[in-house]
Design a protein around this ligand. Sequence first.
Ligand code: TGC
Ligand code: FAD
Length: 392
Amino acid sequence: MKPDLFEAPDYYNLDDLFTEEHKLVRDAAREWVKRDISPIIEDYAQRAEFPKQIINGLAEIGAFGPYIPEEYGGAGLDQISYGLIMQEIERGDSGVRSTASVQSSLVMYPIWKYGTEEQRQKYLPKLASGEWMGSFGLTEPDHGSNPGGMTTNYKDMGDHYLLNGAKLWISNSPFCDVAVVWAKNEEGRIHGLIVERSMEGFSTPETHNKWSLRASATGELIFQDVKVPKENLLPNKSGLGAPLGCLDSARFGIAWGAIGAAMDCYDTALRYSKERIQFGKPIGAFQLQQKKLAEMITEITKAQLLAFRLGQLKNENRATSAQISMAKRNNVEMAIKIAREARQILGGMGITGEYSIMRHMMNLESVITYEGTHDIHLLITGLDITGLNAFK
Ligand code: TGC
Ligand code: FAD
């Protein structure tokens, strides 16, 4: 793979709006990606292997629980810092950002928000340091966009719960130490349970043959009469709103992360367009290529402004789920379109692993599907503006 010459585009001087802390946090993540991700990621993606050695580095840049209070091992940062860390990591690879998103927003967040003090003390510091890795089990083979229909269930056996069912498409599952699992009780009410790898009857087979997110491990979570101690139930929120609340936090991170992937594709294509000579001049001098590049920087700038404003609202606890859906949907579509256009600017070279673009493009096919598909987020906006529910 070519050396990482990334220069971040900032067409509207957004840096003027960031605090010193934002810039410090972002620059540390940026440097780490350049040093520890860029040189190795293509190889791991080609081999479809998660680079486990990066876990310590992710913890060190604060990617595990950026906004979780320091007393629980988190970085105690604001939401814009969280977004910037996700942006920088996804600039390297969406699969690496997935690992961080799941750990922070889908595992640490529910334990912090819905768990007991004992659960917070037991799990959060180890998750923040990367000593333990987590996964989040919501999706099932027959219930993806419609998680409310889940059939994974648990029964109250007096001194423990008995958990049965299966989850599919679970990031980090093959190597997770703990899983936050969503299951129905005997009344059909959804609750979160913390399942540990050592529990008998719990298995996590890996899903192979992915053309996307190849450097992220994906698998199943299978529960066959798993005895879960009663103290592992998350007591402070139940119903579908509990997992969906976690998704709000993860989708927010993706809205920022996708910008990183887009910036990397744009920056690579811009540089290539100035170096590649055809018909006696750089291809960047041709109007057709300039149109592509000019539209890319316009869309990136719009996405940056959307994410920044959403970050301000999130910091003030005023961001609605529908606003988060709009940003996730817009920014991922923006990124995937830019990846496709950027790949064309590189001609044949664009399909090789010498450059990051094709990997970003394939990764984004997962990003546009997970955490709510592109269609589902559009329908969430539709419901919000009309008051009419297309899901029922
Ligand atoms: P609905 O009846 O609308 O809502 C049920 C309850 O949930 C509440 N609610 C929310 N609460 C918090 N945050 C949100 N975003 C919420 N959206 C809804 C709602 O108020 C209600 O509460 P209550 O108290 O009245 O019961 O539910 P529905 O069954 O009609 O479904 C709505 C729909 C389709 C929008 C939702 O289920 C959905 O978002 N589906 C997409 C599923 C999804 O996103 N799955 C993601 C799995 S995790 C993943 O992909 C990780 S990828 C790895 C990585 O990030 O890297
Ligand atoms: P389906 O729900 O079957 O959707 C298929 C198609 O139908 C889509 O185009 C969809 O938009 C459309 N559709 C569905 N309902 C409607 C409707 N009402 N109106 C219009 N169109 C509709 N899940 C987890 O729980 N944890 C994870 O860690 C996790 N990681 C993942 C990692 C990867 C790499 C992938 C690919 C997925 C992951 N997921 C995870 C699952 C992901 O959230 C689901 O794939 C996603 O929610 C869509 O569900 P589905 O694949 O079952 O598609």
